[in-house]
Design a protein around this ligand. Structure first.
Ligand code: SAM
Length: 229
C-alpha cells in the first residue's frame, strides 16, 4: 500500500535527515511518518495529535500500513508528545498558523536542546514564526516556497544557532529573498493585487487607511524590484 503525500508534505519530507528519530506534531493522518518509514528514510517516529478524531485516524492509518511497531501515535498537546528519553532529533510541525506553531514551540522550549532540526510549514504569519526562532537561539538554515492547489506554502528549516534578521528578512525570508524564485515573485505579486483591491475600496477621504495600504504595497514592490532592505 502506497501513501499519498501531498506535494507540500513531500517537500517537507526532503528536509528530514536520514535516520532521524522524528516527532510529527499535529499528525492528523500520520502520512508524513508513514511515508518516511516506508521509504526507509527513517526507522521510527512519534506522531503527536491533540484532538481525538485526528488521533484516531492516525492510529487507524498506522495500523493499516502495518507500522504500529515503528510509529507511536500519542494523544498530546504539542511538545508534550515526547520526553528526553525518546531521543527525538527532528520535529516537523506543518499545516498550522505560524503563531500556533510558535506557541507550541514556546510551550515546550526547554525540551528542544537535544533536538537537532525543526522543519516548520506555517500556513500564515511566517514572520511571527521567524521572530520566535531567532529570539530563541535558532538559525534558519534553509527555506522553501512552493505552491499547491493555488495556495502558497513556506517551509522553514531551523537548527540551533544565533542569527539576526532584518524586518524584511523576517517577513519575506532571508533565503527566499536571496533566491527570489518564480513562486516567491508570484506570491508577493498576488499579495500586491489583494492590497490594490483593498485600496480601491477605501474612500478618498480616508487618508490614514489609504496611506497605510499604499505603504504596504510600496514595501513589497521594493522587495520585488530589489531595492528593499
Ligand atoms: N500536519 C498535517 C498536515 O500538514 O497535513 C495536518 C495539518 S492539520 C490542518 C492540523 C492538525 O494539528 C490538526 O489535526 C490539529 O488537531 C493538530 N493540532 C493543532 N494544535 C495542536 C497541538 N497543540 N498539538 C498537537 N496537535 C495539534
Amino acid at each position: 500500500m502506497d501513501t499519498i503525500l501531498s506535494s507540500r508534505l513531500t517537500e517537507v519530507a526532503t528536509f528530514v535527515p536520514k535516520g532521524s528519530k522524528l516527532l510529527d506534531v499535529g499528525s492528523d493522518h500520520a502520512y508524513l511518518p508513514i511515508a518516511l518509514i516506508q521509504s526507509g528514510h527513517i526507522s521510527s517516529a512519534i506522531a503527536g495529535e491533540v484532538a481525538q478524531g485526528p488521533y484516531d485516524s492516525a492510529v487507524k492509518n498506522v495500523a493499516e500500513y502495518g507500522l504500529s511497531d515503528k510509529i507511536e501515535v500519542r494523544l498530546a498537546n504539542g511538545l508534550a508528545a515526547f520526553q528526553q528519553n525518546d531521543g527525538v532529533t527532528t520535529i516537523t510541525i506543518c499545516g498550522m498558523g505560524g503563531r500556533l506553531i510558535a506557541d507550541i514551540l514556546e510551550a515546550g522550549k526547554e525540551k528542544l536542546a537535544q533536538v537537532e532540526r525543526l522543519i516548520l510549514q506555517p500556513n500564515n504569519r511566517e514572520d511571527d514564526l521567524r521572530t520566535w526562532l531567532v529570539q530563541n537561539h535558532f538559525t534558519i538554515v534553509t527555506e522553501k516556497i512552493m505552491t499547491e492547489n493555488r495556495k502558497f506554502y513556506e517551509i522553514l528549516v531551523a537548527e540551533h544557532g544565533e542569527e539576526k534578521l532584518t524586518t524584511t528578512e523576517l517577513r519575506f525570508g532571508k533565503h527566499l529573498l536571496a533566491e527570489k524564485s518564480e513562486v516567491f515573485l508570484a506570491k508577493w505579486a498576488r499579495e500586491i493585487g489583494k492590497l490594490e483591491v483593498a485600496l480601491s475600496q477605501i474612500p478618498e477621504s480616508n487618508d490614514g487607511d489609504r496611506s497605510a495600504i499604499s505603504q504596504k504595497i510600496k514595501t513589497i514592490q521594493e522587495v520585488l524590484d530589489g531595492s528593499g532592505k
